[in-house]
Design a protein around this ligand. Structure first.
Ligand code: N01
Length: 902
């Protein structure tokens, strides 16, 4: 999306033609700023409240806000003028790829009226003019030091200030230090042999000569086919005598259809700019477009084709996903991938070249997609050649050209080489400055395994250091303007808060940071994004840790999170100073992201609480919602049958047989539903999953339910069913003596009681028990009943309703109802007990695991963070639950390796 930030954080090699120092002021007046209210320290250093590094869009707005708030602030900028990315990236064809109506500041209502963009996607010169216009309008340059590169920054714990050192020999002592250095501002160091040897012209798209380059009559090589390459190649081709493009990875690119801004979008904005901007802030990527609701797999081929055709004709990054599962489902993604391949084959005349241009090694949109103007058409020009670096890798660059190896070695003479090879994204410009925090820890060392931040904004050990659109925030996955403004506002508000409270420092807590990094990763892992070798993953820079860098949860969600952090008294931060010491340790998003998404969807449906429904309606409601679940994995065979329960009851069961040849060990499984709801098929996905993963036959039993058959019917049926299954193991395709019990929720209560009753009765032999979020006790006063009373699917009220239907109060303390209350738990089969953090039943499950262990029973106790009572069973919906289910299956397999007790 739109990029921003300056190169002050330290740039890589400059072009052979021009360095970053040459100011080229086209408009506006340049001054080298020295705020009037700066004071000089005795050491000669300048004393100031805030140093901001970078005068791109982030730095400019940050300067404006801090100045308005009365802070003494200086901006240090390596370039000769404002503009950041747009100052440096002047290559031919450079434009933004977010509609410029969206890629513009919203904080100055006047500016929105004063400035009119000329095109849908403004060119680099126009965007740079805009940055200069803003700098002039607000007289920002007087506080900016141009041609000043920050080289190092050291935190002093005694003075609680940063010392910031520049290449001009100046030093600044600042209480706060803001990195507004941009996410794509540190060019990747060229990693192609012989680059330094080349005697011709060398250009980098990331720092293009200010006077432009004329390629007329020249033989030009362009290396790299990311956004910069794809934007510049068609224009270089117009001039060059010969153009050779060296492609390592073909990219997804869509026509930009640039031109005048579409009337309806502009009108929408002009009609109500405030509402328009609000919608952008609450959106997913910072552009006000509706979220798609349909899956790509639930529409007809024609409808899908029409939707993608619309995408192709629209040319907007924010609208590339017309379906809700393009980013998550490989099959859905493949439909878009094939559509784009079709387009490339239509456009490119030479079928071999077309195939080379079709991206096949990554899913669509998992690398940053591009918008182009005539990119694929360029390969139809007779003087343009595409070299596939997989077939013909570059051996070396020579004095006069490029040597290709591979199966068909060849030498190409060229006059100029253009490197469009990208950036050390998101972290490069930050760790490019030598930053030392508390106790001599350098940021480079602290981030050696990947960036560690809280909210992508601050990092432990580096107090009062702020990163605008840092790693772990939506940044590059969003319209940068929206994300920049949010961070600037947040930083400014934070500094005002500190000042008002006479506080000097702010720093995240280790727990908050660790959990935020985990949240960022877990969110990314819900999507296909981490599968690609992208710069989002750091994969383009040799040796860089492979970590998904931005936050993929969306700008609206992220903003809510940040707002909540502030509202909850700066949760996850330590604030300190003469005004007091406030440590508010905690985790802002303890739920797993997919669990949270499910809860959001359910909350939006506004479903009635189960306990408000008559039992038949509640059962109907559950069976309708169950029908909408993903089915779970295929198994070898499913057989329905009946078996005798207690009291002459006939019980239905469903048997799941693995695909592997039998006989198999057998699990008597008892479904969840509070002894009131569900049947032998209601835990279908979980049973399939367990069968598939454990390789055991699963027999799911439809024990009798309350209120028709109250306590102890369910548990008596449990024992009867287990006995029958043990006796008929061979008939069922099982191995005699290899029987375990398992269950979920009330079904886990039935399983636990069955294991106890079998021990008391001397049979059947049970080799193990797997209890998923079990009911083990009737005491509903434990903290988990209070902490998780509502909001996490199973509520305390529903649990009470279940108990009331199932069991008279005077019977509830009986071990057949509350197995935790059994006098003696010794000699029970080995157990695996799984409990979930956000489950009213959590504490009684934990207590049962502890009691079993205390009685000498071998217990595996898995306490699942961020999960709810129902989430672990949501097969193929809550993917973060898969590990726990794998462990359940693993436990079953381990039970079956031991002989059954005699
Ligand atoms: O950089 P890139 P970019 N040998 O990393 C190839 C933003 N942006 O400057 O994919 C051969 O995307 C590399 O190959 P591979 C935007 O966010 C925005 O183009 O790593 N090839 C790739 O093809 C964008 O995503 C606009 O296999 C080598 C290319 O070089 C981001 O900036 C415009 C190589 C680098 O592509 C970066 O874009 C421009 C090697 N040794 C940029 N090393 C807007 O429109 C790398 N490559 C706002």
């Amino acid at each position: 999306m739109g990029t921003s930030g300056s190169g002050s954080g330290g740039r890589g090699r400059n072009t052979a033609v021009e360095g970053p120092a040459g100011p080229q002021i086209e408009g506006g007046q340049r001054m080298n700023g020295q705020p009037e209210d700066m004071t000089s320290h005795e050491s000669g250093a300048t004393d100031i409240d805030v140093v901001v590094v970078g005068a791109g869009f982030a730095g400019l707005y940050q300067l404006y806000r801090l100045r308005e708030a009365g802070f003494r602030v200086v901006v240090l900028e390596a370039a000769g003028d404002v503009g950041g990315t747009w100052y440096w990236n002047r290559y031919p064809g450079a434009r933004c790829d977010i509609l410029t109506v969206d890629y513009s500041y919203s904080w100055d209502p006047e500016l929105q009226q004063e400035w009119t963009w000329s095109e849908r996607y403004a060119t680099q010169p126009e965007i740079l003019r805009y940055a200069r216009f803003v700098a002039d309008k607000h007289d920002l340059r007087r506080d900016i030091r141009f041609d000043t590169r920050v080289e190092g920054a050291v935190w002093n714990d005694d003075t609680e200030r940063w010392t910031i050192r520049t290449d001009t020999g100046d030093e600044f002592l600042a209480q706060h230090y803001v990195m507004a250095t941009g996410c794509l501002s540190m060019p990747k160091v060229p990693d192609i042999e012989g680059t330094d040897r080349f005697g011709g012209e060398v250009y980098f798209t990331s720092s293009w000569p200010h006077d432009g380059v004329d390629f007329t009559g020249k033989r030009v090589a362009v290396i790299g086919t990311g956004s910069s390459g794809i934007q510049s190649i068609p224009i270089i081709a117009e001039q060059a005598d010969q153009l050779t493009v060296f492609q390592r990875t073909p990219n997804f690119s869509f026509p930009a259809h640039n031109g005048p801004i579409a009337d309806e979008r502009l009108e929408e904005f002009r009609r109500d700019p405030v509402a328009y901007r609000r919608a952008a802030r609450e959106s997913s990527i910072g552009v006000p477009v509706d979220r798609p609701e349909l899956s790509a797999l639930e529409v007809s081929d024609d409808e899908r084709q029409a939707a993608y055709e619309q995408v192709w004709q629209t040319g907007e990054l924010a609208k590339l996903s017309p379906f809700n599962d393009i980013q998550t489902n490989p099959d859905a993604n493949d439909t878009l991938r094939r559509f784009v391949h079709g387009k490339i084959r239509e456009i490119v005349d030479d079928p071999d070249v077309a195939e080379l241009l079709c991206p096949t090694n990554h899913y669509a949109l998992t690398k940053r997609p591009c918008l182009d103007t005539g990119y694929f058409q360029t390969y139809n020009l007779p003087h343009v050649r595409l070299v596939d670096l997989h077939a013909q890798p570059i051996d070396t660059i020579t004095e006069n050209g490029i040597d290709l190896g591979g199966s068909t070695p060849e030498h190409l003479d060229v006059d100029a080489i253009v490197f469009a090879t990208g950036f050390d994204a998101m972290t490069g410009a930050i760790v490019g400055v030598d930053i030392t925090g508390r106790n001599g820890l350098t940021l480079r060392d602290a981030w050696a395994g990947g960036p560690m931040t809280y909210l992508g904004l601050m990092t432990v050990g580096f107090p009062n250091l702020y990163m605008i659109t840092g790693p772990g925030s939506p940044s590059v996955l969003s319209n940068m303007m929206v994300s920049i403004e949010q961070h600037v506002d947040l930083i400014t508000d934070t500094l005002e808060h500190l000042r008002a409270g006479d506080l000097r420092t702010i720093e995240p807590t280790p727990l908050a940071q660790r959990k935020w990094v985990q949240h960022v990763n877990e969110f990314a892992n819900l999507t296909l994004a981490p599968t690609a070798d992208s710069w989002y993953m750091g994969a383009n820079v040799p040796g860089k840790p492979r970590v998904f860098l931005p936050y993929i949860g969306g700008v609206g969600r992220y903003r809510e999170i940040c707002d909540e952090v502030v509202e909850r008294d700066h949760l996850g931060f330590v604030l300190d100073g003469p005004g007091g010491h406030h440590e508010n340790d905690g985790v802002i998003r303890p739920l797993k992201p997919d669990v949270a998404l499910v809860l959001e969807v359910v909350a939006e449906l506004g479903l009635p609480p189960i306990e408000t429904l008559p039992v038949p309606d509640a059962r109907e409601f559950i069976s309708v919602s169950n029908a909408a679940r993903p089915p779970g994995p295929d198994v070898g065979e499913i057989v329905d049958g009946t078996l005798p329960g207690a009291d002459g009851a006939e019980l239905t069961y469903r048997l799941y047989r693995p695909t592997t040849p039998g006989p198999h060990a057998v699990v008597a499984y008892f479904h969840g539903g509070g002894w009131v709801l569900g049947d032998h098929a209601s835990d279908d996905p979980v049973c399939r999953d367990l069968c598939d993963r454990s390789g055991a036959v699963i027999v799911s039993v439809n024990y009798r339910h309350a209120p028709e058959d109250r306590f102890p019917a369910a548990v008596d049926d449990g024992l009867a069913a287990a006995s029958w299954i043990a006796e008929h193991a061979e008939e069922l395709g099982g191995i005699p003596g290899q029987l375990a019990v398992a269950g979920w929720s009330a079904g886990a209560n039935v399983a636990a009681v069955t294991a106890q009753q079998a021990r008391l009765a001397g049979g059947p032999a049970i080799v193990g028990q797997v209890l998923l979020n079990p009911v083990t006790d009737c005491d509903m006063s434990r903290p988990s009943y209070v902490d998780n009373a509502e909001g996490y699917m199973l509520t305390t009220a529903t649990m009470k309703w279940f108990w009331d239907h199932y069991c008279d109060p005077e019977d509830r303390a009986h071990p057949k109802a509350s197995p935790l209350r059994a006098d003696d738990l010794s000699g029970l089969p080995p157990a695996m007990v799984i409990t979930s953090e956000f489950d009213p039943l959590r504490d009684e499950g934990d207590a049962y695991a502890a009691a079993l262990a205390a009685a000498g029973v071998p217990v595996r106790h898995l306490q699942c963070e961020g999960q709810t009572h129902t989430s672990l069973g949501a097969v193929d919906v809550v993917v973060t639950g898969a590990d726990a289910r794998a462990e359940m299956a693993d436990a079953l397999r381990s039970f079956f390796t031991v002989p059954a007790p005699a």
